[in-house]
Design a protein around this ligand. Structure first.
Ligand SMILES: [Zn+2]
Length: 171
């Protein structure tokens, strides 16, 4: 178990990001109680079925597994427009926790920013413990058949595989 002080230090570390390219993506949405105003509001994350990761030195790594993007610092405009339409509560913001500007969720009731550190923390709405307890059935999926190119970090977890099985199921 990580002691609270140590956890704060980990949370302050900058996330490693690179360019992520994928032929399509999905906007995942779940409900979450705002810690500021206690309203239950929607929060979203971006899922990719597979991706190419491009590093600073131009090297590329092709990954066949699905992932969720975190700390999305920039995104190609058409993809960003699809995201705004599906999840208007996601917008670029600088959070105190990270000091960096990224695509974050904003409370639809009070405007508070729900940062990605919290969103993807083990007991956050897209966290491992939460999703192992609740399963992934309550997560809504908005599939966008448009390529995405983003500067972002990635997360991979078992619940993401469950989501992927549902999205990739033949209709
Ligand atoms: Zn709120």
């Amino acid at each position: 178990m990580i002691e609270p002080h140590r956890k704060a230090v980990l949370a302050a570390l900058p996330e490693l990001s690179s360019v992520i390219l994928s032929p399509s993506f999905a906007v995942l949405t779940t409900e979450h109680q705002c810690w500021t105003c206690a309203a239950v509001v929607s929060v979203s994350a971006l899922w990719v079925p597979n991706f190419v990761e491009r590093f600073d030195d131009g090297e590329e790594l092709s990954v066949e597994d699905a992932a969720v993007l975190r700390f999305v610092e920039s995104i190609n405009l058409p993809a960003a427009q699809h995201i705004s339409a599906a999840a208007p509560w996601m917008l670029m913001a600088t959070t105190k926790g990270s000091g960096t500007r990224y695509l974050a969720n904003r409370c639809q009731a009070c405007g508070a920013i729900h940062g990605d550190f919290h969103l993807f923390d083990v007991d956050g709405p897209f966290g491992l413990v939460t999703l192992e307890k609740q399963g992934a059935d309550h997560i809504r999926m908005h599939i966008v058949n448009y390529p995405i190119e983003a500067v972002a970090g990635i997360a991979q977890a078992t619940w993401i595989e469950q989501i992927s099985a549902k999205i990739l199921q033949p209709q």
